[in-house]
Design a protein around this ligand. Structure first.
Ligand SMILES: *[C@@H]1O[C@H](CO)[C@@H](O)[C@H](O)[C@H]1NC(C)=O
Ligand SMILES: *[C@@H]1O[C@H](CO)[C@@H](O)[C@H](O)[C@H]1NC(C)=O
Ligand SMILES: *[C@@H]1O[C@H](CO)[C@@H](O)[C@H](O)[C@H]1NC(C)=O
Ligand SMILES: *[C@@H]1O[C@H](CO)[C@@H](O)[C@H](O)[C@H]1NC(C)=O
Ligand SMILES: *[C@@H]1O[C@H](CO)[C@@H](O)[C@H](O)[C@H]1NC(C)=O
Length: 402
């Protein structure tokens, strides 16, 4: 009896401890430039973990000296990739690196290098004759030869994927598949409440646009439509991507992915600071029942294969990083939170003269500051920004050709 009571007590107290841990939010405070001892303030924020820290940053991280600036980021649809694109564009602007930009500045899909196509020199703004492209970070279908013919040899390839069922729910809402189905059902006099389930029972029977929900991730990575169910071709794709891509991130582990990217590219924490973009939830229009998921797995066979494979590759890479990886992620999340709070106060017409936010150095980052202007840069609208970048790149090319 006593033993059982003891066990119950232990269970309750450890549950309580775990709950405390998961609810633990460090006290956040604005650290401004007038604050005299920033490091002591930061230590306060961090103290709960201090003694538990295994203070051995990973070797790959210690030996990092030069930032990689030849990067191709494959912007895969509905995977949080707009936020990452913004990271790359800011990096390129700040380091004066040529970005691959589409020639067109308007029209449907102008922000795609290849809407249903891979990269072609005739579709992108040329660079002055003795220069090269550094950063590619927009929508385009991956094709090894095409990419290698345009980007330098030492380019590092990065991509991103998302769990296929959640990808389907997001893309179906964003690209109107769902509304197309509802309209279709209404015309046919069918009930609309379980329309997605009915659709998934036989997706090929329906006349609705499925471009963005039918193995779209695999398609973006270069699988042809005719090969969506071809085991040989899918295996070949996975092999190619294994060889070519240094990292394929998982949207579900966004911050882990970015820390891994930072380490692979030898970048600094400041380079991967972000505020989330284009993530407006349009509401969950439908849920997928177990039976729907079973059907989706058949229909989006290639995407499930892709996700299963690269999920494993991702965690293998993380585990190869060493014991301080998750500590760095934790640190990074804290910094992001501070930046989010700071930047929430900054609007194009408000608080532009706010004191910068100072972020002290840690095991994984140098001291740096964020300014109100940098907040605006992180929140800038993608399309107008691209238009002005295209104009600037053309002007550079034209004046260099004179
Ligand atoms: C930050 O600066 C403002 C004025 O610039 C000052 O009123 C405030 O007390 C400072 N906060 C801290 C934590 O030092
Ligand atoms: C800041 O605080 C740290 C830790 O409390 C202390 O070691 C350091 O001497 C302080 N620096 C200054 C300039 O007061
Ligand atoms: C890191 O750099 C040190 C000093 O240059 C060197 O001895 C060590 O082998 C390097 N480690 C790796 C993994 O490159
Ligand atoms: C490219 O050409 C320009 C003009 O001829 C020259 O000033 C510049 O140094 C060259 N840059 C490189 C990287 O060769
Ligand atoms: C699958 O792809 C392979 C390799 O391209 C091809 O030889 C084969 O005919 C394809 N199978 C089907 C069923 O299309």
């Amino acid at each position: 009896m006593e033993f059982v009571m003891h066990l119950i007590f232990l269970t309750i107290s450890s549950l309580w401890f775990i709950l405390q841990m998961s609810f633990y939010e460090p006290p956040l405070q604005r650290i401004n430039s007038t604050f005299t001892n920033v490091s002591s303030c930061w230590e306060l924020v961090h103290s709960p973990r201090k003694d538990a820290v295994e203070q051995t940053p990973t070797v790959s991280h210690i030996n990092c000296s030069t930032k990689t600036n030849h990067v191709a980021f494959l912007k895969v649809h509905k995977t949080g990739s707009t936020t990452i694109m913004n990271i790359f564009i800011r990096f390129a602007i700040q380091n004066k690196l040529n970005i691959v930009l589409s020639k067109r500045t308007s029209g449907y899909g102008f922000n795609y290098h290849g809407y249903e196509n891979t990269i072609r020199r005739e579709n992108i703004v040329p660079v002055p004759y003795n220069e090269t492209y550094y950063i590619l970070c927009n929508h385009v279908l991956y094709e090894r030869e095409a990419f290698q013919s345009i980007l330098p040899k030492d380019t590092v390839y990065i991509g991103i994927i998302r769990e296929p069922a959640s990808h389907m729910m997001s893309a179906a809402a964003y690209y109107s598949l769902y509304h197309g189905l509802v309209n279709n059902a209404v015309e046919k006099g069918l009930p609309t409440n379980n329309i997605v389930s009915v659709f998934l029972e036989n997706p090929f029977k329906w006349n609705v646009p499925t471009t963005f929900v039918h193995n779209r991730m695999s398609f973006d990575f270069g699988l042809k439509r005719g090969s969506f169910y071809n085991e040989t071709e899918i295996e070949r794709l996975l092999k190619t991507l294994d060889e070519d891509f240094s990292l394929i991130m998982l949207m579900e582990y966004f911050d882990e992915s970015l820390v891994l990217m930072k380490r692979i590219l030898c970048w600094e924490t400041k380079d991967i600071i972000y505020v989330p973009l284009n993530s407006v939830q349009r509401g969950a229009f439908f849920v997928l029942k177990p039976e729907d998921i079973k059907n989706l797995k058949k229909w989006n066979y290639a995407d499930y294969k892709l996700y299963e494979h690269f999920q494993k590759v991702f965690w293998d890479k993380v585990h190869a990083e060493g014991s301080d990886f998750f500590l760095e992620v934790q640190e990074y999340k804290l910094i992001l939170k501070q930046v989010e709070i700071y930047c929430a106060e900054v609007e194009p017409d408000n608080n532009l003269d706010l004191e910068p936010l100072y972020v002290p150095k840690s095991l994984w980052n140098k001291e740096f500051k964020m300014t109100s202007q940098e907040c605006l840069d992180m929140k800038v609208e993608k399309l107008p920004l691209l238009r002005s970048l295209i104009r600037i790149a053309w002007n550079r090319y034209v004046s260099a050709s004179k």
